[in-house]
Ligand binder design. Structure first.
Ligand SMILES: [Zn+2]
Length: 441
């Protein structure tokens, strides 16, 4: 039985399962090191998020016991990253020039947003720059290369196809280009790809359920949809290749929920998630994970935690994008702590800070979720918008949230355990995380 924190109960444990062996080992490591490292942690100053002097102090602090290992070398999976929001700034500028898009949107890296207007302006510009297949290949290859440099070996990335799919002939042909680019990038870099196809909340319930039907057909192919390459390919949905693949695996691994949360609570999209994820009759016919954004911005005043509850109970979330507004709400926290729900939060600290979801970096609740044994992963969300990377997020968690190496390693383990990566990739990377933690300078 998988518990909330990914541990396995002893009475059902199979030590031949590598996940079980790792879990036992991790527990022993934590028990062996916790007292010593906590003594060190308790003596450390809490740095100010913006103070240069405390950054220096923080850097010195991180070299103390428990904070010493090279985070580049830590294997990671990135589970919460948006395709267009991961475009390099230099690429955005060059593509704007290529297509005479003026003015070039502002560089918003490392700045707190006053509202969403600048955020939307940059994001839409990035989508607007994708006009030829070569643009998509460039974007995907650069993302893969950037992730490879950070020792990210698996990524589940969410494209916002809605904003540019018509230039490529619609949803299915655009997804085919993306999958082909991802496969080529995976072969070149070794970074494994999966796509999360997502509802754009602002487009409404009808569009959401239309998308869900297309995704369901793609991932739960019916016999009549298997005739790829025939003249039946006339409508966007029927032209989908059955089980579109990347390196022999399904290209689509998850179904998400994006866009403005305000006035668009998860409950509106219950049917769409049941269609896409195939759980309306508990038949589990789909292998797609349910990965909605929730608990980042409240749909209405005071309803942030309820949106997390709805994501779990109505959308049957496997993982939640953000979920941070659950903290402090007893019902939401109880649900997340429940062994049976087994929900992982895909957390993005910089994103939450720059979008003012949290008042300051050191008030981010990530360490508090982890202390309650709620599985959490560390992610970048939109590197273009925030100027961060997954590596810088791990470094930020170490420097500003005082997260020790064993905790960062546990987040990295969660990133594979809760991913849709093939089992052999999970096993190999978790073994390498163990080696990383066992190493010293
Ligand atoms: Zn996001």
């Amino acid at each position: 039985m998988v518990t909330t924190n990914g541990a396995y109960n002893d009475d059902t444990c199979d030590d031949n399962d590598p996940r079980h062996r790792h879990q036992h080992q991790h527990q022993q490591e934590i028990e062996a090191t916790v007292s010593e490292e906590e003594v060190v942690a308790s003596t450390m100053p809490i740095p100010s998020p913006t103070s240069a002097s405390t950054t220096t102090a923080s850097t010195a602090t991180t070299r103390r016991r428990g904070f010493v290992r090279n985070l580049v070398e830590l294997p990671k999976a990135e589970l919460h990253i948006h395709l267009e929001g991961a475009m390099r700034r230099t690429t955005l500028v060059e593509l704007c020039a290529k297509y005479s898009i003026t003015p070039v949107p502002p560089d918003t890296a490392h700045q707190r947003f006053e509202d969403f207007s600048a955020f939307v302006e940059v994001y839409i510009a990035a989508c607007n720059c994708l006009r030829e297949e070569s643009d998509i290949y460039r974007l995907v290859f650069e993302i893969a290369h950037d992730l490879q440099q950070q020792n990210v070996t698996w990524v589940e990335i969410a494209p916002s196809l809605t904003f540019y799919q018509e230039r490529f002939g619609g949803f299915a042909p655009t997804l085919q280009v993306l999958a082909a680019a991802a496969e080529a990038a995976e072969v070149a870099t070794g970074v494994g790809f999966g796509f999360i196809i997502s509802i754009e909340r602002q487009l409404g319930v009808y569009a959401a359920e239309q998308l869900a039907n297309i995704v369901a057909q793609q991932t739960q192919p019916q016999p009549q949809a298997a005739a790829a390459g025939t003249e039946e390919e006339s409508s966007p949905s029927s032209s989908l290749l059955p089980l579109l693949q990347i390196c022999g695996r399904p290209a689509i691994v998850g179904f998400g929920l994006h866009g403005p949360e305000e006035k668009n609570p998860p409950s509106q999209f219950t049917k769409a998630f049941h269609i896409a994820c195939g759980r309306s009759t508990n038949t589990q016919t789909s292998t797609l994970v349910s990965v909605p954004h929730a608990g980042e911005i409240a749909p209405s005043l005071g309803q942030g935690a309820q949106s997390v509850i709805d994501a779990v109970t109505l959308l049957r979330a496997n993982r939640i994008g953000h979920g941070v507004l659950a903290y402090g709400n007893d019902a939401a926290m109880t649900l997340l702590e429940n062994n049976n729900t087994n929900i992982c939060l895909d957390v993005c600290v910089s994103s939450n800070y720059y979008l003012r979801v949290v008042p300051s970096l050191h008030e981010h609740p990530l360490p508090l979720f982890l202390k309650k044994e709620i599985p959490c992963t560390i992610n970048s969300d939109d590197p273009l918008l925030f100027g961060c990377t997954i590596l810088s997020e791990y470094e930020l968690c170490r420097a500003e949230l005082q997260m020790e190496d064993r905790i960062l390693a546990q987040c990295a383990r969660y990133s594979f355990q809760y991913s849709c990566a093939p089992e052999h990739i999970k096993t190999m990377n978790i073994q390498n995380i163990d080696r990383w933690l066992a190493s010293t300078l």
